[in-house]
Write a protein of this length. Structure first.
Length: 239
């Protein structure tokens, strides 16, 4: 009788439930997120970026934004050079991080922190705005991957299509039309330099009604764009 009772008791015992540790779920979630980002990096190598986290945030705040994707062949070449001259003169010579510029920025206490166009593009396309160690860590992880998959010309194309040029104005095509009534392909050297000059502070600077500072900065960018054309530092993104 004792053995039969034991068998009955064993049969009545509830089935054991599988319990996954929280760490395992977090690990799987992190892997899933990385896989999603990897897919986006691959997709954006050939497809336009539909929208960015910051654009979503601004669209909600402003109840709409101005943006229009334009392929790189329809962007004035001098605009490409002006953006590089303004933001990352050694763009063709680094793999995502300009260590020399970063050291200079730290030594001089520069507010922009020596971020390259590659880093700024990663931040704008995949991450959130603001300064925080988690964001900087993710930016540092994603930047080499983007540099590996996207060409320099493609990276610059995405950069110019997603960055902010004014309150609710995103991308070079929307900016060109907003400030000058032109397509991005028709920008002059001076207009391109002025647009590049407002990039660090697009909400407080204007390209069509430039302050004396913006005029001076645009003049510097104009010279810089011509310099990198002559010395070959624009070759990696030239058409």
């Amino acid at each position: 009788m004792g053995r039969k009772a034991a068998k009955k008791t064993a049969k009545k015992a509830p089935p054991r439930k599988l319990r996954f540790p929280v760490k395992r779920w977090l690990f799987r979630g992190a892997l899933g997120l990385l896989a999603a980002v990897a897919l986006m990096i691959g997709a954006y190598a050939v497809l336009p970026v539909p929208i960015t986290p910051y654009q979503v945030s601004e669209a909600r705040r402003l109840h709409g934004i101005e943006k229009e994707w334009v392929p790189v062949q329809y962007i004035s070449p001098v605009m490409l050079r002006s953006a590089v001259a303004a933001e990352d003169a050694n763009y063709c010579e680094h793999w995502g991080f300009d260590i020399a510029a970063l050291r200079t920025a730290i030594a001089g206490g520069a507010q922009r922190g020596g971020s390259t166009i590659s880093q700024q593009t990663v931040k704008n396309v995949f991450l959130w705005q603001g300064r925080s160690w988690p964001r900087k860590a993710l930016e540092a992880l994603l930047t080499p991957a983007v540099e590996l998959v996207w060409s320099k010309r493609r990276l610059l194309e995405i950069y110019l299509n997603v960055i902010e040029f004014g309150d609710g104005i995103f991308g070079i095509q929307a900016a060109s039309r907003h400030y000058f009534g032109l397509d991005a392909a028709d920008l002059s050297a001076v207009q391109a330099a002025r647009l590049a000059a407002i990039l660090p502070d697009p909400k407080d600077r204007s390209a069509d009604a430039p302050s004396s500072f913006v005029r001076r900065r645009a003049a510097q960018i104009l010279d810089g764009a011509e310099t990198i054309r002559r010395d070959g530092r624009a070759d990696c993104f030239a058409g």
